[in-house]
Write a protein that binds this ligand. Structure first.
Ligand SMILES: [Zn+2]
Length: 461
């Protein structure tokens, strides 16, 4: 059924005569159901002309300025990313015949003076097909997509001008027209194009009009735990004054493989805490997550992920990865959750300046939940604000080595500076192993034995 009524006739007549397309006429007449917009353009135009021809009263063209003769589509092309040769300069002319009936000179080429063709050829199947070809040529794997469109700013000027004109005309008929009574251009565009996109691409489509037309790719998250077996490997690239200090890093050894397999553009690495370049991470390893940005491949079987993990592990003896898996963004929050409250276990090799006997270190085993105050260590003061933090050493266990060495196993609150707890950092950490033993102590080696975060879930092998 044709959606316009007698009441709309005057406005429809006026708009058509100035070169407005049928779909924009529907919009300004407040047609807010989808079906009429989806009819083929030619059919719409014919229907509209037929509807208006039944007009008996003489139509008087009451517009102060002549309609635009030519509308260039270049602006529109500029606004549409990567779509070439889809439009041509068209004669946007509508003429009023001597007998009062309205006909356009060449109805296929008339470009609407309000939408500039958005609701004409830019929502036709041909155009949608070309967009879909671009999408498919990009090589992305996807199960749904967000289609967002930006319109040239001058369209809102045209929209406003048309609204003012229609409002004025309707005022003459004692009818009112609010800004919200008309259907937004982007709404109508969505109604028409979304089913076409879905059909063409075979996936559901989520509309987000306003931005540039582009595929908004959800990023892909990977997580696992890593072990670091090298005392000469930073967690992230170590660059000082633009100069690279060490040739590799934990994040690169892992992410290089992921980038290649997922065909992703870039990545963001995050982890539950971090270790110093000379500290190893043993035991169950440290939880980490890698966000892959704009991956082209997203579908993987658990077997493929297992193989990917194996590939990472075979490529280096400096690190190993376990429990590698795909996770959601929300799950990553769990890694960071309550980080401060977690406990961490370390083992350290301690040197003392004075000769020691086994009995000299045994008292350390009896100390439980020792509160220590740590001023920001000198070695990190360049990147952290000066503060005093209280941390808890939950327990310690010693193993005597010789007169100047012993092993110290510690369970501490996360965020404790272990090296400083041993040597005291010039009195900035109090108490410390040196002050407790009443001698000078230093730390020769440090390993992280476990990071007690219950995430990610362990996988069966
Ligand atoms: Zn239009």
């Amino acid at each position: 059924m044709f959606p316009l009524t007698e009441e709309n006739k005057h406005v429809a007549q006026l708009l058509l005569s100035t070169g407005t397309c049928p779909r924009c006429i529907f919009r300004f007449c407040g047609v807010d159901f989808h079906a009429p917009y989806k009819l083929p353009y030619k059919e719409l135009l014919n229907e509209l002309q037929k509807f208006l021809e039944t007009e008996n009263e003489e139509f008087i063209l009451d517009i102060p300025n002549p309609p635009p003769k030519k509308i260039r589509l270049q602006e529109l092309e500029d606004g549409i990313d990567g779509i070439d040769n889809l439009s041509q300069n068209g004669e946007g002319r509508v003429s009023v015949m001597e007998d009062g009936s309205i006909a356009s000179k060449n109805s296929n080429l008339n470009v609407c003076n309000v939408c500039l063709g958005i609701l004409q050829e830019f929502c036709e199947k041909e155009f949608i097909k070309k967009v879909c070809q671009k999408v498919e040529a990009s090589g992305f794997e996807f199960t749904n997509l967000v289609f967002s469109v930006s319109f040239p700013p001058q369209l809102s000027v045209r929209e406003h001008a048309a609204w003012l004109l229609v409002k004025q005309e309707m005022g003459k008929q004692n009818l009112s027209l609010g800004r919200n009574d008309i259907v937004q251009l982007k709404e109508a565009y969505k109604w028409i194009t979304h089913p076409l996109f879905s059909e063409e691409l075979g996936v559901p489509i989520d509309g987000k009009t306003c931005d540039m037309p582009r595929l908004l790719q959800a990023s892909q998250k990977q997580t696992g735990r890593y072990n670091k077996y090298s005392r000469n490997l930073p967690q992230t690239p170590w660059i000082i004054d633009g100069e690279r200090k060490l040739e590799s890093s934990v994040e690169e050894l892992i992410s290089d493989h992921l980038l290649a397999v997922f065909k992703a553009e870039s990545f963001n690495f995050s982890s539950s805490g971090r270790e110093d370049v000379d500290v190893r991470t043993l035991g169950n390893g440290r939880p980490f997550a890698i966000e892959l940005v704009n991956p082209h491949r997203v579908h993987f079987t658990s077997q493929e992920i297992k193989e990917l993990q194996q590939k990472i592990n075979n490529s280096s003896n400096k690190i190993q990865v376990r429990d590698l898996q795909l996770v959601t963004r929300e799950a990553i929050g769990r890694m960071k959750e309550g980080e401060e409250e977690k406990t961490k276990s370390y083992s350290a090799l301690i040197w003392t300046n004075k000769a020691i006997q086994k009995k000299d270190i045994e008292f350390l085993n009896d100390i439980k939940d020792l509160k220590i105050d740590q001023k920001t260590p000198l070695r990190v003061l360049h990147r952290r604000p000066l503060a005093v933090r209280t941390r808890i050493i939950h327990s310690m266990e010693t193993r005597y080595v010789d007169e100047h060495h012993f092993h110290l196993y510690l369970k501490t609150q996360a965020g404790t500076y272990i090296k400083e707890f041993v040597h005291g950092d010039f009195g900035r950490t109090k108490p410390n192993i040196g002050s407790l033993m009443n001698m000078t102590a230093d730390i020769l080696e440090l390993d992280v034995e476990s990071v007690d975060v219950d995430w990610p879930p362990a996988l069966d092998d």
